[in-house]
Design a protein around this ligand. Structure first.
Ligand SMILES: *Cc1c(COP(=O)(O)O)cnc(C)c1O
Length: 226
C-alpha cells in the first residue's frame, strides 16, 4: 500500500502559501502572477527540495555560494527550468562563482561588490539581474546599502553594466514590517525600479499587499531550520 497517500495532508505548505499570496494580491487589487514566490531552501537537502519541484515550484533561493554549488547542479540536471536566487551576503572573491551559478542576485549592497560583479559578468558574458539590498532599518549589524547611499550605488551599477531590477530588504526583526516595506516601495518608485524583493515567512502577505514582486519564503514551506 502506498503510505504517502495516507499521510498527504489536505493541503501542502506550498499550496497554502500560494493561496495566501493570491488572497493578499486580490485584496491589494494586484494579480498573483505579478508575485514570484522564491522557496528559500538554505540548509535543506534534495529530499526536502524535490517534493516542491514535483509540485511545480521553480524559483529557489540559497544564501551561500558553496552550499548552492553542492546541491543544485544535480537538481538542475533534472529540472533545467529552475531559477536560482542568491539571497545572502556575497563576498567579492566569490563573485565569479555566483555569476556562474545564480540567475538573480538579491544582495548587491556595496561599491566593492559592484566592481567585482561587473568584472565577473563581463568576463562570463552573462548579465545576472540584481536587486540592490537596502539596510532599511539602518541596523549597524546588518548587510545592505545605507538608504542615503542607494542612488550612488545604483549609478555605479549602471556604470559597471550590471542590470539592476529592483530593491530588496530584510526589515528589523520583531517589529511591525509595514513602515519598512512601504519605505522600500517608495524608494523603488522614486528611482524608477519595478522589482521589490521583500517579505519572508512571517510577513509575506503584508509584503504582497505593499507591492512585493518577489517574496522569499523558507520555513513556511520547509518547516523550521534546525
Ligand atoms: C532565510 C532567509 C529568508 C527566508 O526566511 P524564513 O523566515 O524562513 O521564511 C528570506 N530572506 C533571506 C535574506 C534569508 O536569509
Amino acid at each position: 500500500m502506498d503510505q504517502s497517500t495516507l499521510e498527504t495532508p489536505a493541503q501542502t505548505p506550498l499550496a497554502e502559501v500560494r493561496g495566501r499570496i493570491a488572497k493578499a494580491a486580490a485584496l491589494a487589487g494586484r494579480s498573483a502572477d505579478d508575485v514570484t514566490l522564491i522557496a528559500i531552501s538554505k540548509t535543506h537537502g534534495a529530499d526536502a527540495i524535490l517534493p516542491l519541484l514535483e509540485q511545480g515550484q521553480r524559483h529557489f533561493g540559497e544564501n551561500r555560494v558553496q552550499e548552492a554549488q553542492a546541491k543544485w547542479p544535480d537538481l538542475r540536471a533534472r529540472y533545467p527550468d529552475v531559477t536560482l536566487h542568491l539571497v545572502g551576503q556575497l563576498q567579492s572573491n566569490k563573485a565569479a562563482e555566483a555569476v556562474g551559478l545564480f540567475d538573480v542576485i538579491h544582495s548587491l549592497d556595496r561599491p566593492s561588490l559592484v566592481a567585482a560583479l561587473g568584472k565577473a559578468m563581463a568576463a562570463a558574458g552573462r548579465q545576472v539581474p540584481c536587486f540592490v539590498q537596502v539596510n532599511i532599518g539602518e541596523e549597524p549589524q546588518k548587510g545592505g546599502c545605507a538608504i542615503a547611499d542607494v542612488p550612488a550605488l545604483l549609478a555605479a551599477a549602471q556604470e559597471a553594466g550590471i542590470p539592476v531590477i529592483g530593491l530588496m530588504c530584510v526589515p528589523p526583526a520583531d517589529v511591525e514590517a509595514v513602515p519598512y516595506f512601504a519605505l522600500l516601495a517608495k524608494m523603488a518608485r522614486d528611482v524608477g525600479l519595478e522589482g521589490l524583493s521583500m517579505g519572508m515567512s512571517g510577513d509575506y502577505e503584508t509584503a504582497v499587499m505593499l507591492g512585493a514582486t518577489h517574496v522569499r519564503v523558507g520555513s513556511a514551506l520547509f518547516g523550521a531550520r534546525g
